[in-house]
Structures are given as C-alpha cells and as structure tokens.
Design a protein around this ligand. Structure first.
Ligand SMILES: NC(=O)C1=CN([C@@H]2O[C@H](COP(=O)(O)OP(=O)(O)OC[C@H]3O[C@@H](n4cnc5c(N)ncnc54)[C@H](O)[C@@H]3O)[C@@H](O)[C@H]2O)[C@@H](O)CC1
Ligand SMILES: Nc1ncnc2c1ncn2[C@@H]1O[C@H](COP(=O)(O)OP(=O)(O)O)[C@@H](O)[C@H]1O
Ligand SMILES: [K+]
Length: 445
C-alpha cells in the first residue's frame, strides 16, 4: 500500500467487485442492490463498488451497521446517486442482491447482535455476494465458531485467504472469485495444488524404467469380515502409478479374482495399512512398520498408532482423528486445520484429514479443493489410501504423495461423477483417465 497512491488498491478492489456483481446480475441498469456496510475498509470496498453500480443505473442502498464507516467511500456512493437506509426485512425478490461488506480481513470470528438482527430477516433466496470473506468467519483459520454470513459468491482480492480454502469457512464462501490487485506477496502458509502443480509433481515413467524402478506398493487391507475394503484399497493402488502391487491379507482370493496383476508378499517400497483389517490391524501395522519404508496408515490401523511414525501418512476422517486426539468429533469439524496440524506435530508425520476440503498437514499445509460431495460414499477412503501408497512407492515424499493423491482422488471423483452419483469402484476406474488428461495437457504426450 505504501508504494501506491492513497486508495489505489481499494479502487482496484471496488472495480473488480462491481464487475463481479454486474456479472452475477447479468446487467446493472434498474437492479436493486443492498450494501451491508461495516466500519472498516471492507465496508469501503462495498460502498465504492456500490457507487460504480449506481452510476450505471442500479438502485443502491447502504445499510450502515456500525457506528463508523469509510467517509470518502460513502461520499462517493452519494455522489453517484446511492443512498443510506435503515435495515428492514427483505422478502424473496425484494432486492436483486445483498453485498456483504461488514467485515473483511480485519475480522474477528463472530457477528455483533446489530449485524445479526439486520441480516436474519433477509429471505435466504436473495443472493449474497461477500466482499473478501463472508463476515464473521475466521479469516486466517477457516474456523466457523460463532455466527457468520453465507455467500453465493465471494469476491476476494490479491490472494486467497485461508477461509476460502479451509472448511467449515470455505463452505460459507460459495463460488470464490479472485481479483488481482497487483500485490507482491510472500510465500503462502497454506497452499492449494492446481492441475499444473500436480503435473509437475507426478512421477512420470522414463524410457529406462522397469516395474521395480517404478516402485512396488504393498497393501495390507481387508479381512474375512470386510473383504471389500481390501479390494478397494487395492483398486486405488492398482491404477498404474506404481510398477507393481502386492497384497497381504485374508482377502487374497477375492483380490486375485478382481485384480490378476496383483501379487503376494515380498519386498515393497511403501505399505498401505488398515482399511477393513478389523482385529488384524495391530499385527499388520507392526509388520509394516518393521519394514522401515514409507507407509499410509488408515482406518482400523489408526487406533494403534501410539508413538511418532516419521515416514507415515495418516489418513483419518474427522471421527478417527477425534478418537486419536481424545476430543469430540464436533471439535475437529469446527477446526479441522488446527486439529490436523496438532496431530502432525504429535505423531511426527503427515496427517491428511479427509472431508469436503481435505487438509494435509506436514512440513507445510495444503488443502485439496478438487472433488465433489458425491465422494461421500462408502469405500472412497479405501481407494484414497491405496492411491497415496502407490505414489509413495513411486518415490514421492509423504507430504507430496498425500497432497497429489488427494488431488487426483478429488479430480477422479469429479470426472466419474459428471454431476451424478458414483461408487468407490467408479472412482478408482477414473484415476487413470485423470492422469491421462494431465499427461496430454501438461506433458505433451
Ligand atoms: N489491506 C489491503 O491490502 C486491502 C484491503 N482491502 C479491503 O479492506 C478490508 C480490510 O479492512 P480493515 O482492515 O479496515 O478491516 P475490516 O473492514 O475487515 O474490519 C473493520 C473493523 O471491524 C471491527 N471488527 C472486526 N470483526 C469484528 C467483529 N466480529 N465484531 C465487531 N467488530 C469487528 C474491527 O475493529 C476491524 O478493525 C479487506 O477485507 C478488503 O475488503 C481492499 O480495499 C484492497 C486492499
Ligand atoms: N462432503 C464431501 N465432499 C467431498 N468429498 C468428501 C465429502 N465427504 C467425504 N469426502 C471424501 O470421500 C472420502 C471418504 O472417505 P472415508 O470417510 O474414509 O470413507 P470410507 O471409510 O467409507 O472409505 C474421503 O476422501 C473424503 O475426503
Ligand atoms: K465481508
């Protein structure tokens, strides 16, 4: 901000915001817009954008919801023909959009009663556009905590904030649109891989490779009670990303029938331990750890992790992580990133916490935004553990294997779903197609 004329960044932000609102409305002239205005620059952005829209023929009213506001921005709105008014109930169709400029990056989680009282009588069918973040969320943690607003569209500036990536806040953002305002930014504490990042990290077979140099992954999953979990973990591992898959466990016959390529016990470069192993979980984990290779620990095996496991990727869902940390599931769901990071420190390894936006805590933090809620289906997690194991065997470091595996898993779910329901089997089948698309788009094959 120091290098630019006063207010330049805010003008860029407000112009981007006005454009996004106009796009959402499919036009400006005659549209009715309510601005929820807080005390700081977030409210300033809303007021300046409101001025741009009023000048183009929209009817813009600002609700001032704090004792102070951005004076220059309010003057600009007034000059453009906008006005202030007192909050009132808004039934469906009363206005075309509500712009939430109450709090932005200066926010503490939660909403003052005055804001809540103004917002509660607004029909939930009126679209909300959040300026920078939905007001009330934990901007730097993604925690939901107290009361917060929800948006259909969030227009943010300069860079994504943690709240746009980390659940539960991310679920309140709707579609997130990033407006470049020309900031020079330091490295991010939280990353989210995109397709090009994954293309750069994915192991790519070389002409001189053979199956052993590409890596052998061993799967210890399934039991007499749960043979399916063994099959699905193998399906995730057996997608061609490693050179060979071995299976060890009591579902060997079933696995052989469905996956003729899969062989029995022997040397491996990485283990996958846990899905459906039931009473055998502890034994399987001990044997895998004794091999001193990287490993994925999932499902039943997670309950037997007591000491730090430096080469491991742990892949709990919220319930499993809660049990490992001795807290309530609800506490993990309210602050998933914090709990994943705590667990990574406690167990000295990478912790991947599954959910809508999966969080991976290791040397840094990554969040996977690829995926679809259709992935919330039995066995999808078994496929994920197999897939990450294959990437470990292929030579990726645990943090990269977990985050690349999670991205491929989400992308495969989205591809297989195409907007409709999927099973874990459909998901596993789509993994090679996702990799093929990456190869064609990014590797020029
Ligand atoms: N910093 C930048 O580089 C830019 C910032 N811009 C805008 O400026 C915003 C940040 O503005 P401010 O720093 O003025 O802060 P905010 O506008 O986010 O918040 C203003 C004030 O509200 C109060 N407040 C926050 N949370 C509260 C709560 N839960 N209950 C009661 N009071 C609360 C605090 O006193 C806070 O300082 C960004 O989100 C963005 O919209 C943009 O104009 C572009 C450039
Ligand atoms: N609401 C959701 N949106 C997107 N992905 C989800 C959602 N719920 C679960 N998933 C994903 O689906 C998978 C479910 O795994 P898990 O809970 O272990 O199921 P299972 O044990 O039946 O295999 C995880 O990869 C998780 O990230
Ligand atoms: K806001």
């Amino acid at each position: 901000m120091a290098t630019l004329p006063d207010g330049a960044l805010m003008q860029r932000a407000a112009t981007g915001l006005a454009t996004a609102v106009a796009d959402l409305l499919g036009g400006v002239y005659g549209r009715r817009i309510v601005l929820l205005v807080g005390p700081g620059d977030n409210g300033g952005d809303a007021l300046y954008a409101g001025g741009v829209l009023a000048r183009r023929g929209a009817s813009v009213e600002a609700w001032l919801l704090a004792d102070t506001w951005h004076d220059d921005a309010l003057a600009a709105l007034r000059r453009a023909g906008g006005r202030t008014s007192a909050p009132r109930p808004l039934r469906a169709g009363a206005v075309d959009v509500v712009v939430d400029g109450v709090f932005g990056i200066g926010a503490r989680p939660g909403l003052p009663p005055r804001v809540a009282e103004a917002v509660i009588p607004i029909s939930s069918s009126i679209p909300f556009v959040a300026v920078d973040v939905p007001s009330g969320v934990g901007v730097d943690t993604g925690e939901g905590g107290g009361m917060h607003l929800r948006a259909d569209l969030t227009v943010t500036f300069g860079t994504h904030k943690i709240a746009h990536l980390a659940d539960p806040a991310a679920q309140a953002c709707g579609v997130v649109e990033l407006v470049d305002i020309g900031l020079d930014l330091p490295p991010a504490p939280v990353e989210s891989l995109g397709e090009a990042d994954v293309a750069g990290l994915l192991p790519r077979p070389r002409p001189d490779d053979h199956k052993y140099t590409r890596g052998v992954v061993g799967v210890r999953a399934g039991s007499a009670t749960y043979p399916g979990a063994g099959l699905l973990a193998v399906a995730g591992a057996n997608t061609g990303l490693a050179g060979m898959v071995r299976y060890v466990g009591s579902a060997a016959e079933t696995v052989k029938q469905h996956h003729p390529e899969v062989v029995g016990p022997g040397r491996v470069q990485a283990w996958v331990v846990g899905p459906g192993t039931a009473d055998d979980a502890e034994q399987h984990l001990a044997e895998a750890v004794a091999d001193d290779v990287p490993l994925v620990v999932d499902a039943d095996a997670l309950g037997h992790v007591t000491a730090p496991l430096p080469q491991a990727v742990l892949t709990p869902h919220a319930g499993e992580l809660a049990a490992m940390l001795g807290v309530e599931r609800k506490a993990v769901e309210a602050a998933p990133l914090r709990h994943a990071t705590d667990a990574a420190a406690r167990f000295g390894c990478v912790v991947l916490l599954k959910g809508n936006h999966t969080g991976i805590a290791g040397e840094r933090v990554r969040i996977t935004t690829a995926g679809t809620p259709w992935l919330a289906t039995a066995g999808a997690g078994d496929v994920l553990s197999g897939l990450i194991g294959a990437l470990l065997a292929a030579g990726l470091a645990p943090f990269d294997a977990a985050s690349v595996g999670s991205w491929l898993h989400g992308a495969a779910g989205t591809l297989a779903s195409d907007g409709g329901p999927i099973t874990a089997t459909d998901l596993a089948r789509a993994i090679p197609r996702v990799v093929q698309q990456i190869a064609v788009r990014h590797w020029g094959l």
